[in-house]
Design a protein around this ligand. Structure first.
Ligand code: FPP
Length: 249
């Protein structure tokens, strides 16, 4: 295992529709092939020692898609969880959810809650599914909670720091992603992890999500490992200074 590999990888799984269209198939077939890619990813992630995998599975904007596609995605999700529940347990992977859960159909919420509960005891790798998720909505959610605390008199405005905001996000205990991957050649964040992405590295891969395999993952991880993350400072994460003169800018 490469110690320079990221611990937290977040993925915008894009290109299912185009993958299907290029084969003359309905879009939902692309999503089904995308679910297979998620299964492959879970195997690869374990091999490479990734601790947190966050997947942008359904955005707040995705509700605007035709009802048949939305319903197809919801049943794909429940089918995937039912079929892979044992794999999650056997591999001690904890399932977490981020997003506006109240938007989700009751049956989906019930299944999610049951798998979350069953896997809550695992303290190893986590699979985080972003469902009805939007980065701006997450910040609105945090802001409302903080405003309520100020209104209740339990916090004063000058006590609001970056830490306060981070503590009011959906999953405050999860560290920021080290690496964000987007497939299908698009180079946008699309309202994903807007607060948490501050120091993330980005890797954009040309292949559509259904074609994502272990080689794709390794390519992204190797690119990450080859980069110098300095977090605004001048010392890289291997501990060596990247400037030789002490008075260098
Ligand atoms: C974006 O591709 C993908 C989605 C909106 C859904 C992602 C869902 C899956 C990968 C399958 C199920 C997930 C799990 C966790 C089981 P797109 O439809 O926008 O593709 P396009 O840009 O080519 O149209």
């Amino acid at each position: 295992m490469n110690e320079l590999y990221p611990k937290h990888v977040a993925i915008i799984m894009d290109g299912n529709g185009r993958w299907a269209k290029s084969r003359g198939l309905p879009r939902i077939r692309g999503h089904h092939a995308g679910a297979e890619a998620v299964r492959r990813l879970l195997k690869g992630a374990a091999k490479f020692g990734i601790q947190w995998i966050t997947l942008y599975a359904f955005s707040v904007e995705n509700w605007k898609r035709p009802a048949a596609e939305v319903n197809g995605l919801m049943s794909l999700l429940t089918g995937f969880l039912s079929a892979n529940r044992k794999t999650l347990c056997d591999n001690k992977i904890r399932l977490r959810i981020m997003g506006r859960r109240s938007d989700l159909p009751d049956a989906v919420n019930r299944l999610l809650q049951s798998v979350e509960k069953e896997t809550a005891r695992f303290d190893g790798p986590q699979l985080i599914l972003c469902l009805s998720y939007g980065g701006r909505e997450e910040l609105v959610h945090a802001t409302r909670q903080i405003a309520a605390e100020v209104q209740a008199g339990t916090r004063s405005p000058d006590q609001i720091t970056e830490k306060t905001i981070a503590e009011h996000l959906y999953l405050p205990d999860v560290p920021d992603p080290d690496l964000i991957i987007r497939t299908s050649g698009e180079e946008r964040l699309s309202n994903f992890l807007l607060w948490q992405c501050a120091y993330a590295e980005f890797v954009f891969l040309p292949e559509p999500w259904p074609d994502f395999d272990e080689n794709s993952l390794k390519r992204a991880l190797d690119l990450f490992a080859s980069r110098n993350r300095r977090f605004g400072g001048i010392v890289d994460r291997h501990g060596s200074s990247i400037v030789s003169a002490p008075d260098a800018p």
